[in-house]
Ligand binder design. Structure first.
Ligand SMILES: [Zn+2]
Ligand SMILES: [Zn+2]
Length: 265
């Protein structure tokens, strides 16, 4: 079921994201390729490659935005808190969310923006207007990776277009000034977003390999389980599919990796 939160900060960030992506495409095609590689086959190749990466960026972004991050379903009836102190048959790893008034599986945390408990919640990310949790972290990582690739690709094209000896470049002042202006803005945008996503990607990988989400780092609850192989940890995020397909936003989510925790009656 697609989820979309009416959070003004999240909606603003999503609009900003798409403006930045389409602006980069406009500058690359209109001010770099058409100005400096109009008569070479490389121009067409770069347009094709750059737009393929943009397509994958948008696909992974939409999946991160619209996927259920792992919302813990609300019980049919509210739990009776007087039971809690009597021990009951509750599994020790399960905790109680006072806001949702229910038991939740291990590693689930309450998100104040989503107003629900999220399975293995990492953090609430305004850039995807959604929580990063067990079921959509894969798409979030893909999105970060593709934005990083776009940023480095744009910087490479800008540098290449200025360094190469240009015979078919426009010589008039207005066009030249436009080219300078747009490539400077795109360079700044690419450096800013490029560094931002690389830093977050690095943090995310560290969190996966230490088996401790951002929420758990803050609450000092992790690492949850000691020393498991990196491949096992990655599989929990990326799913059972072939590792070669993990980078594509088209394979199934890790939702099907393990049977869902059965709700406690
Ligand atoms: Zn909750
Ligand atoms: Zn959230």
């Amino acid at each position: 079921m697609p989820v979309f939160r009416k959070d003004p900060c999240g909606i603003t960030c999503i609009i900003l994201t798409y403006c930045a992506i389409f602006y980069a495409d406009y500058v690359v095609i209109n001010w770099i390729i058409l100005q400096t590689m109009r008569n070479s086959l490389w121009g067409a190749v770069h347009v094709l490659f750059f737009n393929t990466v943009i397509f994958l960026t948008i696909m992974s972004h939409l999946r991160a935005v619209l996927s259920d991050p792992g919302i813990v379903p609300l019980p049919q009836s509210r739990i009776d808190f007087s039971d809690m102190h009597s021990g009951g048959e509750q599994n020790n790893d399960w905790t109680v969310c006072a806001r949702c008034e229910m038991y939740r599986p291990p590693r689930a945390h309450h998100c104040r923006i989503c107003q629900r408990c999220i399975r293995r919640m990492d953090h609430h990310c305004p850039w995807i207007n959604n929580c990063v949790g067990e079921w959509n972290q894969k798409y979030f990582l893909q999105f970060l990776m593709y934005v990083g690739v776009l940023a480095f690709y744009a910087i490479f094209l800008i540098a290449y277009s200025w360094l190469k000896d240009c015979h078919d470049c426009a010589k008039d002042m207005i066009t030249k000034q436009g080219r300078v202006l747009h490539t400077v803005i795109l360079t700044m945008e690419s450096i800013l977003f490029g560094m931002f996503v690389v830093a977050i990607l690095f943090d995310q990988m560290q969190a996966i390999f230490t088996d401790e989400t951002a929420v758990e780092q803050v609450k000092k609850q992790g690492p949850y389980r000691a020393h498991r192989p990196k491949m096992v940890l990655l599989r929990e995020v990326c799913g059972r599919g072939d590792p070669a397909l993990w980078v594509f936003p088209c394979t199934s989510s890790p939702k099907n990796l393990e049977p869902a925790f059965t709700m406690v009656a």
